[in-house]
Design a protein around this ligand. Structure first.
Ligand code: GDD
Ligand code: MN
Length: 364
């Protein structure tokens, strides 16, 4: 039975997977290991390449997910499929230094630890030749991460680590967010016990083939996960995202209103109506690409979705005003009445559009 499972999330990594297996095999010579690749049905046919490799090498397996996306959930499912006492997560693109794996395993076996992290931010570690802006973003994200982190981890954003399987399972049971890229941060922020850890330095390498999937959406997902952890998972993740978008929508509303009412001298009624429609459309588009990225509507479904969204939010606005006016009658505290109205409206909009606008596909 393997002592170590190496989990590799892949999306469009055909040109890297064989080389990675060869390098991992060389590094882990003398150790009983297996590799579990988790591929999200990459259009470049990574899963086909993985199956071909698995046909010739029993140590390799491929979990293929269809209609799903996500680095973190891929890693979680790969780790759940492992029966080894230790699991490592490493990127497929050869940017993480696989030669660190034996030392990680040895450290984890020898010392009373739960996690060993491949770290770019301890002495002798490094970020390779990232440009100044990506380095700055990474540092900022690291600082933000400490808001939810219970540990003094120098590189909580690392995607390269090894963990005891039982410690991992405890985190999954405690409710990991599973959003976005930051699986290690998710583990640390979720673990019911303080994870005992050690950081080992490595130098982040350049990508050899293929391209990074890190985009602005990853930054968004990072904020959503931070909020999820700060609210201790009490509020549904999608509601958090929905409310953030709603906040931006308010800014848009006020901007359009000012433009129409003050600059264009439109009547207040029309200015307010126009601003409402623009803000609703803005919210719809943003929710479609961010909050409901996985259920994104396109083509005619997009148009139909817009109608149902505007309809639902129109009713939400009536509920909002109704509740606020009703409360205001009892004691004339306008601010708390208004906020209560906004909250009711937001919950209504969220609940109705979740069911009618973005219908989750029926579980297979
Ligand atoms: N299954 C699956 N699904 N895999 C994915 C997905 C997805 O939606 N998105 C990305 N991957 C895989 C990639 O194929 C690659 O193997 C790995 O996850 C990392 O993706 P990259 O796009 O190369 O990310 P990066 O290099 O910008 O950032 C990585 O390194 C950082 C430093 O350690 C990530 O691991 C970050 O989380 C990490 O902070
Ligand atoms: Mn990468």
């Amino acid at each position: 039975m393997p002592q170590l499972s190496v989990i590799v999330p892949t999306f469009n990594e055909t040109d890297n997977v064989v080389e990675l297996r060869d390098r991992v095999a060389a590094a882990l010579d003398g150790i009983d290991w297996e590799m579990i690749f988790v591929d999200d049905d990459s259009p470049d046919g990574t899963a086909r390449a993985l199956r071909a490799m698995a046909q010739a090498d029993r140590r390799v397996r491929c979990i293929q997910r269809v209609g799903r996306r996500g680095l973190s959930t891929a890693c979680i499912e790969g780790m759940l499929a492992s029966s080894a006492p230790f699991v490592a997560v490493i990127d497929a693109d050869l940017q993480h230094d696989e030669r660190l794996l034996p030392k990680m395993l040895e450290t984890l076996e020898r010392e009373p630890l739960d996690v060993v992290v491949g770290s770019r931010y301890v002495e002798r570690g490094g970020i390779g030749d990232w440009d100044a802006s990506r380095a700055a973003v990474s540092r900022l994200a690291t600082r933000l991460a400490h808001l939810v982190l219970k540990a003094d981890l120098k590189d909580p954003m690392s995607g390269f680590f090894m963990i005891r399987h039982d410690a991992f399972l405890a985190c999954v049971r405690a409710g990991m967010s599973g959003v976005g890229f930051k699986i290690l941060l998710d583990l640390f922020a979720t673990s019911p016990t303080l994870l005992r850890f050690k950081e080992l330095p490595y130098e982040f390498r350049n990508r050899a083939a293929g391209e990074s999937k890190l985009d602005s959406n990853v930054a968004w997902e990072f904020f959503v996960m931070l909020l999820d952890k700060l609210t201790h998972g009490v509020v549904p993740i999608r509601f958090i995202a929905f409310s953030l978008v709603g906040g931006l929508g308010l800014v848009v509303h006020l901007a359009v209103l000012t433009l129409l009412y003050k600059v264009e001298a439109t009547s207040f009624l029309w200015a307010q109506a126009g601003a409402t429609l623009v803000a609703m459309t803005f919210n719809y588009v943003l929710n479609n690409v961010l909050t409901y990225r996985d259920l994104r509507l396109r083509g005619w479904a997009f148009v139909r979705g817009w109608f149902s969204f505007v309809l639902a939010c129109g009713v939400g606005a009536i509920a909002n005003v109704g509740v606020a006016v009703y409360l205001y009658q009892f004691d004339s505290r306008w601010l708390s009445s208004a906020l209560a109205g906004v909250l009711v409206g937001a919950v209504w909009n969220y609940a109705v559009t979740a069911v009618y606008t973005w219908k989750a596909p029926k579980a297979a």
